[in-house]
Design a protein around this ligand. Structure first.
Ligand SMILES: [Zn+2]
Length: 442
């Protein structure tokens, strides 16, 4: 019998975690952070002193007490990609299980970087599995890592094969047939898995309400080209900020920097962290083209020496207006480099709509506007599937059951409604789950 416990990420966006029990063995998919709550905690304390118990109590990590009775049965922990809402709780929780972590080389490199930086240790072995490959976990359970596109490299959809049929865990993904970095989604494999019979699909439903197909990363690349090369910037500084884990976006930024004959400089700890993980996993090779400043004293020196800012493309952290990130500090004049009237600041991102981020971004944008900096926002496309992508996935897999994930409330309802449009029945074959609930399939 297959039993699924929706541990985290079903009442909120974040702290993703789902446990799948096959007779007496359990695989745990993702162990992520709820970043809003985690960041508040980290701001007040030294990261290496934060306990798992504290994070559990404030709800910053998945509440694994829901699966305490399954603890000794866990045979694998499988994060699908390197985003912190999927891997960020591993340093705090994974050692409670006597099981390996199975993930792609890039997710592994990011995890090891986090452990090193935060001075944390975990007991689990890390097994690296490339996208589009398979692994036998036990006599009863084997997995396929199906290559997917998303906003960070080496993201996989996982097919968990059991004697009772296959469970597909699709969290997160988009269908991008024209990716800027990495391969296309493996549609052939998805269709094959669908033909062989899928018991249950657990699916990223954050944009189930958005009636569209999510545009390709190629579209974001075109938008970047337009804003970088199609605006008047001669003699002006150009500062650009994006998600540090979005290496495809950084790849586009670097290539346009070269075309514009501007040297690309990367400022900020998290940019340095993801670029070094990407190079370790052989998914990128940026170091030959860019200069990266990770530590505060090196950044200060580099900004001080920036006598001709018009010769550079300056990439910084801080797209959400985070007060400690480089862009907010630039706007507060904390470096010996001043943004001047007419300089460009480009946000290759969208605002994460949480009150903290919205307030921080407003402070940042007001500071930029006060000095007459030109601000270009929303040069971005999402990394998540929209309604019509989700419909395609459902029809390729034709699962017996569907569980919306990575969502809450109206987003989950939107995915349920989509399933109903495709012939599923609410409560019978499409299931609106909350954190901590269980469902079983014979
Ligand atoms: Zn993600």
């Amino acid at each position: 019998m297959i039993e699924i416990c929706t541990v985290g990420g079903y009442d909120e966006i974040g702290r993703n975690c789902t446990a799948i029990k096959v007779d007496d063995e359990v695989v745990v998919m993702d162990m992520g952070l709820l970043l809003d709550k985690y960041i508040v905690e980290v701001d007040d304390a030294d990261v290496k002193n934060i306990s798992a118990k504290r994070l559990l109590n404030i709800g910053a990590v998945p509440d694994i007490r829901h699966i305490e009775d399954w603890r000794k049965k866990v045979v694998a922990i499988i994060p699908t990609h390197a985003h912190l809402d999927h891997i960020g709780a591993l340093p705090y929780l994974s050692s409670k299980y006597n099981a390996p972590i199975i993930c792609t080389p890039f997710a592994s490199a990011v995890l090891r970087t986090i452990l090193r930086d935060d001075k944390k240790k975990i007991k689990n072995d890390i097994v690296e599995l490339h996208p589009n490959s398979s692994y036998k976990i036990s006599d009863k359970i084997s997995i396929d890592f199906i290559n997917m596109t998303h906003s960070t490299p080496q993201t996989v959809m996982v097919a968990i094969h059991t004697p009772y049929g296959t469970v597909v865990y699709a969290n997160d993904f988009k269908f991008d047939s024209y990716p800027v970095l990495g391969k296309k989604p493996n549609f052939e494999k998805i269709k094959q898995v669908g033909k062989d019979g899928v018991v249950c699909l657990i699916v990223d439903s954050i944009y189930a309400k958005a009636e569209r197909k999510t545009p390709s990363e190629q579209v974001a690349r075109d938008m970047l080209q337009d804003v970088l090369m199609g605006t008047e910037s001669e003699g002006k500084a150009i500062v650009i900020t994006t998600f540090a884990s979005h290496l495809a976006r950084l790849k586009s930024i670097i290539s346009f920097g070269k075309k514009m004959d501007r040297k690309v400089l990367l400022f900020g700890r998290s940019l340095a962290k993801y670029v070094s993980a990407g190079e370790e996993a052989n998914v990128i090779d940026f170091s030959k083209d860019v200069k990266i400043y990770r530590f505060a004293h090196k950044m200060r020196k580099a900004f001080k020496n920036l006598k001709h800012p018009e010769k550079y493309l300056i990439v910084v952290t801080g797209h959400q207006g985070e007060k400690k990130a480089v862009l907010s500090r630039l706007a507060r004049d904390q470096f010996d480099f001043k943004l001047r009237s007419g300089d460009h600041v480009i946000f290759s991102s969208q605002i994460i709509p949480s009150p903290v981020h919205v307030a921080d971004r407003k402070i940042l944008e007001d500071a930029l506007k006060n000095r007459h900096v030109r601000v270009f926002k929303d040069i971005h496309v999402s990394g998540h599937a929209s309604r019509e992508d989700l419909r395609d996935l459902v029809n390729m897999l034709k699962p017996n059951h569907i569980i919306p994930a990575h969502c809450a409330d109206e987003k989950a309802v939107a995915m349920c409604n989509l399933a109903v449009e495709e012939g599923y029945v609410q409560g019978e074959s499409v299931h609106l789950m909350k954190n901590g609930q269980r469902i079983s399939f014979e």
